[in-house]
Design a protein around this ligand. Structure first.
Ligand code: ADP
Ligand code: F6P
Length: 479
């Protein structure tokens, strides 16, 4: 396999590059920030570190040539139309995604999807090996690339390999449904160190290795022994975070503060502005949130224009049937609520199906009195951390589902179980009605947590754990 002229000591592999290639109607090519929490986090980690990022540029067909953006060397990996359908939309997002998120929708199994997954994972592994310098650190990301660790190890035994799981790792009872469970576990066990969002995710992985592969495990370590390969692999929790300093600075800009005022004014200066920000994904509990809000409207507990609800729903995976159905359902519900409860100039729900620049997101957070984060299952949920970061004024209140990774860190949130609609309604009302002074105290504590555990600390913890594993395994510590 030919090695690239340019080689790096740190190589990141993620399904997406930090930017997507977009070709306009006039044929002009532009690059747009890719969606999702992984890119938000890793973009700030890679700023200031010399390294390469191997990933897909977001469109089917030939890959663009490698290029440098924000001091990062980006190495695009091509995906054909069929591979987008089978590896990305199929196996990654219609087989693994539902299984790893509590089977909120049923998972679909197709053998040819897994064949494409294997083929694309191999292509990623080869691209990684081309740009990795001797003895490099290779950091593989997320569920789309679970076979890459073993494939890289096979090609390049000299490099150190870590993998981080941005989403939950399911309990063995759910994971066991996967016909390719063995291949996935063996793929991951090619790494030296595996990082997860929660202690429970790491434990689920270790248990799956014990029960499904019959491997010996001790604490957070799995022992792998095959002919020439006898190693220990460590799996522990390192919860991801955000660029606290950078985002807080954006929120403090006079232009952002001004924009937040304008947003409130254009909504009629409501007494309470409630906000939801999510990729349009069935894991995010958007329907549960809208149902609860609808009942509060019907009961007269909230009344537009005094209370206004803005839902930002970023377009996501629009060719996957479950996502198309979700969009249809949510937009139907929003239409119904607006039909029944809006007045001219005072809609009950403002629904925005767009992506926004970072500064506009910060202004929205700054404008919001209550942010509703109600996933049915979410690895972390960076929106929750972004919201508290954007509140240097210590204003606002966070409603947070107990099924997010963020729940394990942001203890001062207004906690909800989104399945319990009555409970969710009461929690929303508590978040609205709790006295400002108390809300400030809660916000202050959550801000301190995110400030102390920002994305750079997360990256350092991951890379340190990778550097010492497996020779000096550390115990998983709960922070
Ligand atoms: P996920 O990774 O599942 O999408 P997260 O909450 O962890 O969920 O991360 C979502 C990221 O996407 C956050 O950084 C958030 O600010 C960003 N985001 C969400 N919606 C939008 C939008 N409409 N425009 C721009 N960025 C968005
Ligand atoms: O964090 C979960 C995640 O699936 C990332 O892997 C991904 O970058 C993001 O959400 C957005 O999803 P997609 O890349 O499928 O648009």
């Amino acid at each position: 396999m030919p090695r690239s002229q340019q080689q790096f000591d740190l190589v990141i592999a993620a399904n997406r590059l930090p930017v997507d290639r977009v070709v306009g109607d006039d044929g002009e090519v532009s690059w747009r920030t890719s969606p999702g929490g992984l890119v938000t986090a890793m973009e700030s980690v890679m700023r200031g570190r010399e390294g390469a990022w191997v990933g897909w540029a977001g469109e089917a067909g030939d890959a663009p040539e490698p290029f440098v953006e924000n001091d990062m060397y980006l190495r695009p990996v091509p995906l054909s139309e069929d591979e987008v359908a089978h590896y990305y939309e199929g196996f990654s997002n219609d087989t693994l995604w539902p299984i790893y998120h509590d089977v909120i929708v049923p998972a679909t199994f197709h053998r040819y999807w897994f064949t494409a997954y294997e083929k694309v994972n191999r292509r990623f592994a080869e691209a990684v090996c081309q740009v990795a310098a001797p003895g490099a650190t290779v950091w593989v990301h997320d569920y789309q690339l679970q076979l890459v660790p073993a494939m890289v190890r096979e090609l390049r035994p000299d490099v150190r390999i870590g993998w981080f799981d941005h989403i939950p790792f399911p309990p063995v009872e759910l994971f066991a449904q996967l016909p390719w469970r063995r291949a996935v576990l063996e793929g991951l066990l090619g790494a030296d160190y595996l990082g997860f969002q929660r202690v429970a995710d790491a434990q689920n992985f270790v248990r799956a290795c014990r029960q499904l592969l019959g491997l010996p495990t001790k604490g957070d370590t799995v022992s792998v022994s095959r002919a020439a390969d006898s190693r220990r692999v460590r799996a522990s929790a390192v919860p991801i975070s955000i660029d606290y300093t950078g985002l807080e600075a954006v929120a403090k800009l006079p232009e952002t503060q001004q924009r937040a005022k304008e947003i409130r004014e254009s909504l009629g200066n409501p007494r309470t502005l409630l906000l939801g920000v999510d990729r349009l994904d069935y894991t995010k509990g958007i329907g549960h949130r809208i149902k609860a809000y609808g009942e509060l409207l019907e009961e007269g507990q909230v009344c537009p224009p005094e209370e206004v609800f803005v839902q930002v729903a970023t377009p996501s995976r629009e060719r996957v049937a479950a996502y198309r159905e979700l969009r249809h359902e949510i937009e139907g519900e929003v239409g119904r609520l607006n039909g029944e409860h809006s007045r001219i100039g005072a809609p009950a729900v403002h629904y925005l199906h767009h992506s926004y620049p970072r500064q506009e997101m910060a202004a929205l957070y700054l404008a919001a009195d209550v942010v509703l984060v109600t996933p049915l299952r979410d690895g972390m949920n960076l929106v929750a951390k972004e919201y508290v970061t954007c509140r240097p004024d210590e204003g606002g209140a966070l409603v947070l589902s107990e099924f997010t990774g963020a729940f394990h860190e942001l203890h001062q949130a207004f906690v909800c179980n989104p399945h319990d609609i009555e409970g969710l309604k009461q929690t929303i009302m508590r978040a609205i009605e709790t006295p400002e002074k108390e809300k400030r105290r809660l916000m202050r504590a959550m801000r301190r947590r995110v400030a102390d555990h920002d994305v750079q600390r997360w990256a350092s913890r991951f890379l340190e754990a990778l550097a010492v594993a497996p020779d000096r395994p550390q115990r998983t510590t709960k922070e």
